[in-house]
Design a protein. Sequence first.
Length: 115
Amino acid sequence: QVQLVESGGGFVQGGGSLRLSCSASGRTFSSVHMAWYLQTPGKERESVAGINWSGGSTNYADFVKGRFTISRNNRENTMYLQMNSLKPEDTAIYYCNTDPAMDAWGQGTLGTVSS
């Protein structure tokens, strides 16, 4: 089982950047596919970006392609999401989880983008 803690959210103006971090505990992190998800009020949680166990393969939702970059450091049990050219519609709570997701979710980290 992997335990996850998200951080790095904050308030930023449109066009700005945020870098999210996901700190994982548990010996299986380096062997599992991971992903970032977001949730906005009234909507279901959805996948933003995914990365395979080695970091050699990534995938992105169409609405973040070219703006967000997912990466991981298996030695440090950490995953990142670099978010550039942020838009107000990117405002959400961001979560990390395995891919496919486990039933247990962390508290997430809130990213707010002003217009």
